[in-house]
Design a protein around this ligand. Structure first.
Ligand SMILES: *[C@@H]1O[C@H](CO)[C@@H](O)[C@H](O)[C@H]1NC(C)=O
Ligand SMILES: *[C@@H]1O[C@H](CO)[C@@H](O)[C@H](O)[C@H]1NC(C)=O
Ligand SMILES: *[C@@H]1O[C@H](CO)[C@@H](O)[C@H](O)[C@H]1NC(C)=O
Ligand SMILES: *[C@@H]1O[C@H](CO)[C@@H](O)[C@H](O)[C@H]1NC(C)=O
Ligand SMILES: *[C@@H]1O[C@H](CO)[C@@H](O)[C@H](O)[C@H]1NC(C)=O
Ligand SMILES: *[C@@H]1O[C@H](CO)[C@@H](O)[C@H](O)[C@H]1NC(C)=O
Length: 815
């Protein structure tokens, strides 16, 4: 009998084995290892023996890129602690293969059978080579049962696990370091890293771009690192520091094995130790460093400004815009900002046009690494910068400092802060909103000057618009396809059959839901839609392209039969009205209100002026402004006019009684423009100032319409009487004046008198100044009975100092 198998039959046995083992993985008890001939594809995973960790393909957030990763099996929020192919995603998991090769290396093959990731470990030809996922979260390749050839703990990504060594191999000189993800949807290495001090001292440092140290743990004192003494007091965590001939490393051990903890460096450069809290089902921080976020090197990237007091943390310098809106939306800012308009620089010969100019920025932390120039005056310093094409800014502080290249670590400081200086930022002349002639608030402008300014404005906006269109088209491509299509049944499951209602209104009801990856969403069931499916999808995908920090992000849609649903990001703090009006015990302070106002203005300005198609909101009111966990205001329910059609407004007027926010042109039946939103915004400002609904009922049942009274107060300069009394006068008088005046301008009867949202943003940012507004007359008419109003208002002489109609802007550049 011939006992030798032919190559062919051995192949088929091998193949059967292969098939059997993959079936095993999919349907039966999960295994904890991949041995020779086995592989993972699609949704197959391996699970460590005690079921602590799982390894398989995952796609972070809403991305469609797949990675091999390890995550906690017992934590319901998918938390990835290690990624294999962090910079080389694959796009189709069913045809990709994660396997151990004949020479004992782990490898990931894409659908073209190209190796996109390999463990690059020492080859081992033993048949018993196996990759095992351990209950510590460590993936090891073993030669037989004992020798460890390779382990994922030696190649950490952004997480340091208990029992994992972080340090340096003194013999090979190799450091283990953890590097942040680029952003929450992209595990590729970002700019921030945590590692042992390269200078050889016994401390850990945080580094930007492998060179700039922005935080140190303090030198090991034999028991703990000085910066985190809290951890040593904990009876749960033991820290071991080893410094011998071969190694210098730190390791932490969790003494209670039911306690789940990890140290991670996040995409915004912060390092933190987190533990899983069963009772809240959330990760809680033990510590997060650095405490002052603006200390993170280049947190806001090139030309970004860090503001410790702002809920947004980062903003772009004036004349700049985010290089990647998508990253900024994740609150990952280090991609920084780019110029809206290129500098003219020394290219004087090529075309006419004005020289570049300098924007004065006060109270700034000056950037690092200036060059010192030996010139005698501020003028010469400016001249020197202007003559150097690479120069982006100068400052004259007992000497001339200039900066070439990218400006990093700009920080907004406040009066009295140490190290505050005045920086002069170079901008293209066209980025200045108007000509240099108007340096201060100009009152009584002659009609020709007004006309001139208007023309310049138009030209400027035109220029900016054209120059940004290309960039935006590019950006829009990035976000297309980010919209998730849901089946109705999925959304039923996600919202637990629409059980948790968040709110409702004229367009339908909103329900809370939780996606499989534990992301919370708000699902809106639209009502009264008569559009066909195709048109609906087209309109929704244009809305999906809208991404701005101050606009609620649309995540997905569902369109089945007559059912139309939209899925939005969930805003944990709910709507603005619930925080503003007296039934809420906690009072929004002035700073938060100002930030909210600025946020709303930016969001609207983006919708009106910066999207490919102008989007008019049409139903702006505090109920449609949502606040996220950081109290960042976002405009919600935008684009409903696109989806539902303009004439819905009449429905609203009768159905919801939001008449307090409707511009006169709605009522008179005139065609509407984005200025209807400006009007509603103005009305909303009064509510933000006063903390009261504009229309309130007096004790005897009469209606008081607050803005008409407020407008006259503004003109009389008695603005503190308008302020929410719960604030006890705690408001910045300059800001309050600005907001009051803007509010009055926004509610002017004629739309040409109202500013654009872009101008409002510039006023609030302090780039433009705003003059005294006239009293809008239609206000009185709107409320109907004049005598009624008179009865409830404090007696004031009605005066109208600027009776002649004049168009906005009554403003000038503040330089
Ligand atoms: C691999 O997993 C299988 C199935 O769970 C198990 O029988 C086998 O002992 C494991 N091999 C190793 C080397 O751990
Ligand atoms: C895994 O994928 C297969 C085929 O794509 C599918 O039938 C199966 O339900 C999936 N299993 C899990 C647990 O998702
Ligand atoms: C992924 O690969 C499988 C098998 O090769 C193929 O059937 C499927 O269509 C692919 N999916 C996508 C989205 O390309
Ligand atoms: C693996 O084990 C075999 C024998 O068991 C040995 O010959 C080989 O050198 C080992 N390889 C490694 C990398 O340890
Ligand atoms: C980051 O470091 C690399 C290499 O050290 C250097 O070439 C590059 O210019 C640095 N990037 C920035 C933005 O400074
Ligand atoms: C948390 O819950 C898990 C599963 O319910 C349990 O095994 C674990 O012991 C709990 N951990 C703590 C610290 O209570």
């Amino acid at each position: 009998m011939d006992t030798e198998m032919s190559p062919c039959s051995s192949f088929s046995i091998y193949f059967l084995f292969f098939l059997f083992s993959s079936l095993n993985i999919r349907h039966c008890v999960a295994t904890d290892n991949i041995s020779l001939g086995q592989s993972l594809s699609g949704n197959q995973t391996i699970v460590s023996k005690e079921g602590n960790f799982e390894l398989g393909f995952f796609a972070p957030g809403y991305s469609r890129n797949y990675y091999i990763g390890i995550w906690y099996k017992k934590v319901p929020v998918q938390t990835v602690i290690w990624v294999a192919n962090r910079a080389t995603p694959i796009f189709n998991t069913s045809s990709a293969v994660f396997r151990i090769s004949e020479d004992g290396q782990l490898g990931l093959l894409n659908r073209y059978k190209i190796l996109v990731w390999s463990s690059n470990s020492t080859p081992s030809t033993s048949d018993s080579t196996v990759a095992v996922l351990l209950d510590t979260g460590n993936l090891v390749i073993r030669n037989g049962s004992s020798t460890t050839i390779w382990q994922s703990f030696d190649h950490p990504t952004d997480t340091v696990m208990p029992e994992e060594l972080l340090g340096v191999n003194k013999i090979t000189g190799e450091y283990q370091s953890v590097t942040s993800w680029k952003n929450p949807e992209n595990p590729a290495p970002g700019p921030f890293a945590l590692r042992m001090d390269p200078d050889g001292s016994n401390q850990f440092v945080l580094l930007w771009n492998g060179s700039e140290i922005y935080w140190t743990s303090g030198i090991w004192n034999g028991q703990y690192f000085p910066i985190s003494p809290g951890t040593v007091e904990s009876s749960l965590i033991k820290i071991t520091f080893v410094d011998n001939e071969q190694w210098k490393y730190v390791m932490y051990t969790i003494l209670d094995s039911s306690f789940i903890s990890r140290i991670v460096i996040d995409s915004s450069g912060l390092v933190g130790q987190w533990y899983w809290l069963n009772s809240t089902q959330k990760w809680q921080p033990f510590f997060i460093e650095p405490l002052a976020r603006c200390d993170v090197y280049s947190l806001c990237g090139a030309f970004g400004i860090c503001d410790q007091k702002s809920s947004n943390t980062c903003r772009c310098a004036y004349g700049f815009e985010p290089a990647s809106m998508k990253e900024w939306e994740f609150n990952v800012w280090n991609s920084g900002c780019v110029r809206k308009t290129g500098l003219r620089c020394s290219d004087k010969s090529s075309a006419g046009g004005e020289d570049d100019r300098f924007l004065e920025m006060t109270n700034m932390r000056l950037p690092d690494n200036p060059q010192n120039l030996a010139v005698g005056s501020a003028e010469e310093c400016e001249e020197a910068c202007l003559n150097n094409c690479a120069c982006n800014a100068y400052a004259y502080v007992s000497g001339c400092l200039i900066w070439t290249g990218d400006l990093r670590n700009l920080q907004q400081l406040y009066d009295g802060d140490r190290g505050a200086g005045t920086l002069h930022l170079r901008l293209a002349a066209s980025d200045f909103p108007a000509s240099s002639s108007s340096h201060r608030l100009v009152k009584n402008l002659t009609p020709s000057v007004i006309g001139g300014i208007l023309v310049i404005f138009c030209v400027l906006f035109g220029l900016i618009w054209v120059s940004q269109r290309r960039k935006r088209a590019r950006m829009a491509k990035q976000v297309e396809g980010s919209l998730i299509q849901f089946a109705y049944r999925d959304l039923q499951r996600v919202t637990k059959n629409f059980s948790e209602k968040l709110g409702g209104g004229g367009f339908g009801s909103v329900f809370k839901g939780t996606l499989i990856d534990s992301t919370e969403v708000a699902v809106k069931k639209l009502e009264g839609l008569r559009q066909g499916e195709k048109q609906f999808r087209t309109e929704v995908s244009t809305l999906a392209a809208i991404q701005h920090v101050n606009v609620v992000r649309l995540r997905g849609l569902c369109s089945e039969g007559r059912k139309r649903l939209l899925v939005y990001e969930y805003m944990s703090r709910g709507s603005l009205d619930s925080h503003l009006f007296p039934n809420n015990p906690t009072v929004l302070d002035w700073r938060m209100r100002y930030q909210t106002i600025l946020g709303i203005a930016r969001g609207l300005s983006y919708l009106h002026e910066k999207c490919r198609e102008c989007i008019i909101h049409c139903d702006l009111k505090p109920d449609n402004i949502l606040l996220d966990g950081d109290f960042c205001a976002k405009v919600a329910d935008f684009g409903m006019a696109k989806l539902i059609g303009r004439d819905f407004s009449r429905v609203l007027t009768t159905m919801r009684g939001t008449i307090g926010y409707l511009a006169p042109e709605w009522i008179s039946g005139l065609p509407i423009t984005s200025k209807v939103d400006v009007y509603s915004f103005g009305m909303m400002l009064f509510e933000l100032i006063s903390g009261k609904r504009n229309t309130t009922h007096s004790a005897d049942g009469g209606e008081i319409f607050y803005p008409s009274w407020a407008a006259t107060r503004v003109i009389e300069g008695d603005i503190f009487s308008l302020l929410d009394h719960r604030l006890n006068g705690a408001a910045d008088i300059e800001e309050l004046t600005k907001v009051c005046r803007v509010a009055c301008w926004c509610i002017q009867d004629s739309e040409t008198q109202r500013p654009t949202m872009g101008q409002v943003v510039q006023i609030l940012e302090g780039v433009l100044e705003v003059s005294m507004p006239p009293v809008p007359k239609a206000l009185q008419l709107l409320t109907g009975d004049q005598s009624q109003i008179g009865n409830h208002l404090p007696s004031t002489e009605y005066k109208d100092p600027l009776d002649q109609s004049q168009d906005f802007p009554q403003l000038s550049v503040k330089l």
